[in-house]
Ligand binder design. Structure first.
Ligand SMILES: *[C@@H]1O[C@H](CO)[C@@H](O)[C@H](O)[C@H]1NC(C)=O
Ligand SMILES: *[C@@H]1O[C@H](CO)[C@@H](O)[C@H](O)[C@H]1NC(C)=O
Ligand SMILES: *[C@@H]1O[C@H](CO)[C@@H](O)[C@H](O)[C@H]1NC(C)=O
Ligand SMILES: *[C@@H]1O[C@H](CO)[C@@H](O)[C@H](O)[C@H]1NC(C)=O
Ligand SMILES: *[C@@H]1O[C@H](CO)[C@@H](O)[C@H](O)[C@H]1NC(C)=O
Ligand SMILES: *[C@@H]1O[C@H](CO)[C@@H](O)[C@H](O)[C@H]1NC(C)=O
Ligand SMILES: *[C@@H]1O[C@H](CO)[C@@H](O)[C@H](O)[C@H]1NC(C)=O
Ligand SMILES: *[C@@H]1O[C@H](CO)[C@@H](O)[C@H](O)[C@H]1NC(C)=O
Ligand SMILES: *[C@@H]1O[C@H](CO)[C@@H](O)[C@H](O)[C@H]1NC(C)=O
Ligand SMILES: *[C@@H]1O[C@H](CO)[C@@H](O)[C@H](O)[C@H]1NC(C)=O
Ligand SMILES: *[C@@H]1O[C@H](CO)[C@@H](O)[C@H](O)[C@H]1NC(C)=O
Ligand SMILES: *[C@@H]1O[C@H](CO)[C@@H](O)[C@H](O)[C@H]1NC(C)=O
Length: 843
């Protein structure tokens, strides 16, 4: 482990040196770069870029029955609007795409006068293969003289078709089109929704429309000065109170991009100007700077806030809050703790709706009153509309309902492929809706079924993005499962017998994946039978992962897979039965008797052993990714076992420091660093385990939205008390007076280290285990000697320690499917190393 973190540090430095600086000079060159002047006969230069006539472009085809060209003799409003192509029937441009991924689609419209048509009253509808961009727009009631629209659409095939649809007996037109690649890192799949407070995933499958892009306090930046051809406007006209803000500027050359932010994120001109709190001549300096934007309340918005501390003289002075509408987005936000230097760009992404019942969205920054200085700042802001359920950015009609059928898909095959894709999309949508529903539901009500032995994907607040690709691979691999070595095969009849034909009275729990029943095998063994819904493809990848992971892993503190059944397209897993259910149900929400401190420590130690084995026991380390109190199950002797490997991922190989991945896991337990950087390490599990430790101590859910804001998140709440050394104030009242203070202190310190903001600062699972063992020792010694005193933090003092209990290698494999010897050998090796570490007299 030490080697690994050392490698992390070294490679971080190497990366920084090699790319940190050169990056800010390398400009992105888009694989696809169409700049099209429609109807023009010559190249048009606009904002430093050359637009080529539509009919002169080799990899662009225009399908249109009739089209005419309009050319204006004045260059008002700018040269790009001088010409237009006018269509009286549906027409489309088909662009060959070199590289899949998000592309800008920028459209320019101006009702050129003297065209022979009244373009002012023309209706404009523009759609891509999947998304409606513009629906029935007309200049008739529009205030401006021209219209510029910017969209970002993820193109997932080798072409993009852009269609323009006139309304009946009328014409439609377009002046210029851009289709340009966007670098992959610019738009994430995930952002943080501010209301409800939850991660929002699945953005990569949605279309975006830029509605506002502001350079706070700065000049207008046009395509010429932005490597991605974006326009950034000054913020002044959106300020709620002009005097609340002053402009701050720095030399753009001093902006120091870190590895995670590039000039493609935003040009240095954006970061070199900011708004900060004005000296508003008010007695109370506690006010917000607020910007107000008019938005369409029928849509959700992606909000990216850019920061760069050009205001402060020193680090850690500037601490402020960010609000979107009336919702807190960043609380006591200490910019320097993320950038570690001044003049370093940083940004955060959010998802928000308009403010309640209105067509506005407000963004505010205000000082944190406990900070050393009273000030707040913002450098840039992007507000981007997200496509709705109809895959539209304008209205409720879908592409299918707008395009005449004959044109929507070229041939029968096209239609078939289309409807399959549609079904997949509808499925993805329903998964997404389901997740939203679950998140929302769990916000207001508590789980109806506290006893859920094998919490499945989709249950509680677990969130997952199901992508078409992963489903496909899931199906493929699942078919091949039968041939691999996965424990006992059960016939469907055996399963029916064991569960009394899936008797609802034996139902243990329901999750997104399906249902879990208690069963009894012929020989009397009690089992838990997890039955995937045969009609739903949901969780197929998770299902496969779980079988593959579990069949490779055997450990006393991991729930064992006994076998499976895939007869009659069933997806059934059979596990050992855990009589005492999930840890959570022994902490709160049920009438079960409270656990003693010693029991709690033993359970945490058991779970930590299971996780430690996952991280280090197998050839390649395994990251659980969904560590939480409902995934720690207790057997009849209260031995803790870690369950639910549906989200597990094999860890980084030695030459890598992390696994990059879409963020998955359960909100409230999610490693903030993982969430931010989407880089998975074992330390993400350590963070989640820290949350579990706090939950065990305080007997309350990881997230409880009903509580006052500062208490909602247990990690934040418990950490404020731990830092004051007063964790006993919020611990389970049942424990008060019954816990050895030194043991509690050790436990609190361990949890605190697990919850460190940065992964590198967190201990390994092995260290956690060691510290918990020590806390248990302190508890036991104290009850024996009545002499509690601990002044150590990191090392083990001369208190005699018993070696770890030997690992129990007996595994309940019923049919000789998996011999388990290799893993057991690993396990024994781990345990040997461990006993040495823990027992100071071992050497
Ligand atoms: C128009 O621009 C394209 C691309 O920049 C260039 O290849 C072409 O020669 C130009 N045509 C004219 C007539 O200038
Ligand atoms: C453009 O042409 C119209 C008539 O076709 C004429 O009235 C107008 O003066 C011209 N404008 C310019 C700027 O040449
Ligand atoms: C074009 O239509 C608009 C709206 O219907 C009308 O106000 C305008 O006068 C018309 N222009 C011409 C030249 O007919
Ligand atoms: C388009 O908008 C006009 C008013 O601007 C309306 O009369 C017409 O019915 C709309 N067409 C469609 C298809 O919604
Ligand atoms: C356009 O005309 C077709 C047939 O002529 C009709 O079915 C359709 O409803 C019309 N659409 C609108 C928006 O008027
Ligand atoms: C585009 O969509 C594909 C397939 O859904 C996805 O794998 C990819 O990450 C997306 N790209 C971006 C930049 O969102
Ligand atoms: C934008 O670029 C132009 C030409 O390269 C330059 O003259 C101008 O100063 C730049 N403006 C900003 C704000 O960078
Ligand atoms: C605030 O600033 C905007 C833009 O500079 C200006 O249009 C507006 O009149 C100002 N409002 C007041 C009250 O000064
Ligand atoms: C915030 O910082 C800026 C830049 O240093 C300064 O001009 C402004 O007066 C500060 N605001 C307050 C309220 O101190
Ligand atoms: C929102 O949608 C409703 C119909 O669902 C529509 O009546 C309303 O005009 C829409 N609001 C806006 C601002 O588009
Ligand atoms: C946000 O608005 C969208 C579109 O109206 C709606 O579907 C969604 O439920 C809203 N979300 C919240 C949290 O109100
Ligand atoms: C700043 O705005 C937020 C959100 O609207 C609000 O809750 C808070 O009270 C405001 N702060 C002050 C000092 O007005």
């Amino acid at each position: 482990m030490k080697l690994l973190s050392w490698l992390t540090i070294v490679s971080a430095f190497v990366l920084f040196d090699l790319f940190g600086y050169s990056k800010s000079f390398a400009t992105f060159s888009p694989p696809d770069n169409y700049l099209i002047a429609c109807g023009s006969s010559q190249n048009v230069t606009f904002q430093g870029r050359t637009f080529v006539p539509d009919l002169q472009h080799s990899s662009l085809t225009l399908k249109s029955v009739t089209s005419v060209v309009a050319v204006s003799n004045s260059s008002f409003p700018s040269p790009i609007y001088q010409s237009a192509r006018i269509f009286s029937k549906v027409a489309s441009y088909k662009f060959q795409i070199q590289q899949e991924g998000r592309h800008w689609i920028r459209l320019y419209f101006y009702p050129v006068p003297n065209s022979g048509q009244n373009l002012t009253s023309a209706s404009i509808t523009a759609v891509t293969d999947d998304f409606v961009l513009l629906n029935n727009f007309t200049f008739k009631n529009y205030k401006g003289s021209y219209l510029f629209k910017e969209y970002a659409v993820n193109v997932t095939s080798d072409s993009l078709t852009l269609s323009f649809i006139p309304s009946n007996n009328s014409v439609t037109f377009v002046n210029a089109i851009e289709v340009v690649s966007i670098p992959d890192g610019i738009f994430p799949d995930q952002a943080f929704s501010v209301n409800p407070r939850a991660p929002f995933s699945g953005l990569s499958e949605l279309a975006f429309e830029t509605v506002y892009r502001l350079n706070m306090g700065g000049p207008l930046i046009t395509a010429q000065n932005d490597t991605l051809g974006r326009t950034w406007e000054n913020d002044a006209k959106y300020l709620h109170v002009n005097s609340s803000a002053v402009t701050v500027t720095a030399n753009p050359a001093l902006i120091n991009y870190p590895a995670s932010v590039t000039p493609e994120t935003a040009p240095n001109w954006v970061y070199a100007t900011a708004k900060a709190m004005g000296n508003a001549n008010v007695a109370n300096m506690n006010f917000n700077i607020t910007w107000v934007f008019s938005v369409n309340r029928n849509f959700s918005y992606f909000v990216r806030v850019h920061f760069c501390d050009i205001v402060s003289k020193a680090l850690n002075n500037l601490v402020f809050n960010l609000y979107i509408n009336d919702n807190s987005a960043l609380d006591s936000f200490d910019l320097s703790s993320f950038t570690n230097a001044l003049n370093v760009p940083y940004y955060r992404d959010f998802v928000s709706n308009s403010s309640l019942e209105s067509n506005t969205l407000t963004v505010s920054v205000g000082p944190d009153m406990e900070a050393d200085i009273t000030n707040a700042t913002m450098n840039g802001l992007e507000i981007i509309k997200i496509s709705n359920e109809a895959k539209s950015l304008d209205g409720l009609s879908s592409v299918e309902s707008l395009l005449p059928e004959s044109l929507s898909k070229k041939s029968k095959i096209g239609i078939i492929i289309g409807s399959v894709a549609g079904a997949v999309a509808a499925f993805a949508l329903s998964v997404f809706c389901y997740c939203c529903l679950v998140v929302r539901k769990s916000k207001t009500t508590h789980q109806g079924h506290p006893w859920l032995p094998l919490p499945l994907y989709g249950n509680s607040q677990t969130m997952t993005k199901v992508s078409t690709a992963s489903q496909k691979s899931g199906t493929a691999s699942f078919i091949s499962l039968a041939s691999s070595n996965l424990g006992r095969f059960f016939s469907f009849q055996e399963i029916l017998d064991a569960t009394n034909k899936f008797d609802e009275n034996l139902l243990l729990g329901v999750g997104g994946f399906g249902r879990v029943y208690k069963g009894t095998l012929e020989d009397g063994t009690k089992v838990a039978v997890k039955r995937g819904n045969p009609r739903s493809e949901q969780g197929l990848a998770e299902f496969r992962t779980e079988i593959e992971m579990l069949s490779k892993l055997r450990h006393r503190h991991l729930v064992s897979l006994i076998g499976y059944c895939d007869e009659r397209s069933e997806m059934i897993l059979v596990y050992e039965y855990m009589a005492n259910g999930p840890l959570r149900s022994h902490l709160y929400g049920t009438d079960l008797p409270p656990l003693s401190w010693k029991q709690r420590l033993e359970i945490c130690i058991g779970a930590a052993r299971g996780l430690h084995y996952l991280h280090t026991g197998a050839a390649q380390s395994i990251i659980h990714r969904d560590v939480k109190t409902t995934n720690i199950l207790l057997d009849e002797n209260f031995v803790a076992k870690v369950a639910d490997f549906g989200l597990s991922k094999t860890g980084p190989a030695l030459d890598q420091t992390h696994v990059s991945t879409a963020v998955k896991g359960s909100f409230g337990y999610l490693d903030p660093e993982y969430f931010r950087r989407q880089q998975l390490t074992e330390k993400s599990d350590v963070y989640s385990f820290g949350v579990v430790l706090m939950e065990v101590l305080c007997t309350r859910p990881a997230l409880n939205p009903v509580l006052p804001r500062e208490q909602v998140n247990i990690a934040e709440w418990a950490m404020t008390w731990q830092k004051k050394g007063m964790l006993d104030h919020i611990m389970d009242p049942n424990l008060v007076g019954k816990v050895n203070p030194a043991s509690l202190k050790k436990f609190g310190e361990t949890a605190e280290k697990c919850l460190a903001e940065h992964g590198v600062d967190r201990p390994s699972m092995g260290d956690v285990l060691w510290n918990l063992e020590y806390a248990l020792q302190l508890e036991e010694t104290s009850s024996a000697l009545m002499e509690p005193e601990d002044n150590s933090t990191n090392h083990i003092p001369g208190i005699p320690l018993t070696p770890l209990e030997p690992f129990d290698n007996s595994v309940s494999i019923i049919d000789g499917g998996h011999s388990g010897t290799d893993d057991d050998a690993e396990d024994a090796a781990t345990s040997a190393v461990f006993s040495q570490l823990v027992n100071p007299r071992g050497r």
